[in-house]
Design a protein. Structure first.
Length: 236
């Protein structure tokens, strides 16, 4: 049994965004087997997660970008002192499988790739919000904004690359690098990149704090790091 778990056979409810989903899904069966607990996870995009928390839906644990966890701590939705960093991801670029990979090795090359693309896919999550600011910073908003194609909250940019809706896609490395039908080009170059930390936080309405803490401890133990690395994430 995992040390720190509070009882056996309880159900932990988790609400989380998608960036760490693949590694999390890989690790979850091992946690359930070792702890005796079961985990009911709701996966959603950042916008949807915020709506659910604002509506007062009950969950034991929340997992999303650390800045959003901090905001929920400030608002009282997440317990103060409960934030635990899990893994981080930079922002990356991808194209449809088989399409030529553009040069994005320098800021100048990345700008040329954006200008050359007929369409650019992005998300409603942290990487999408960052892209809008980055285009302003690079002075490219006027040229690129008309070409932007945003996927709905909870969807992957890879989906509109794979079906040809977007020519170039920008999202978290962890969400693009292993997506089916997609060819990963690489991370944004140099200081154009942004590293987002994804963290967990125990909600103030938690029913099973001990079990929730046990899950977090399992996800952040050294032996779990391999799964996060395999899916393009850097363990905290």
């Amino acid at each position: 049994m995992i040390q720190g778990s509070a009882g056996v056979g309880v159900e932990i409810t988790v609400l989380k965004t998608l960036a760490t989903e693949k590694a999390y899904r890989e690790l979850l069966p091992e946690f359930e087997k070792a702890s005796g607990h079961s985990v009911k996870t709701t996966y959603a995009g950042t916008v949807e997660v915020k709506k659910r928390i604002a509506a007062g839906e009950p969950f034991d644990l929340l997992m999303m970008a650390s800045e959003d966890i901090d905001a929920f701590i400030a608002s009282g939705a997440v317990k103060a002192g409960s934030r635990v960093d899990v893994a981080s991801s930079g922002v990356g670029v991808a194209v449809r499988l088989g399409a030529p990979k553009p040069d994005i090795g320098t800021p100048e090359a990345f700008a040329k790739a954006l200008l050359a693309a007929k369409s650019v896919g992005y998300s409603t999550g942290p990487s999408g919000l960052y892209l809008i600011k980055l285009l302003e910073r690079m002075g490219l908003s006027a040229q690129i904004t008309p070409k932007l194609k945003q996927v709905p909250t909870g969807s992957f940019v890879g989906s509109i690359l794979a079906d040809g809706t977007a020519e170039l896609g920008i999202q978290q490395v962890a969400e693009l690098s292993t997506f089916p039908g997609v060819s990963f080009v690489g991370p944004l170059p140099g200081d154009l990149n942004k590293i987002t930390m994804f963290a967990s936080g125990i909600t103030t309405g938690v029913r099973l704090p001990g079990a929730a803490r046990a899950l977090v401890k399992f996800l952040t133990q050294p032996s779990s790091a391999v799964a996060f690395k395999r899916h393009g994430l850097v363990p905290a």
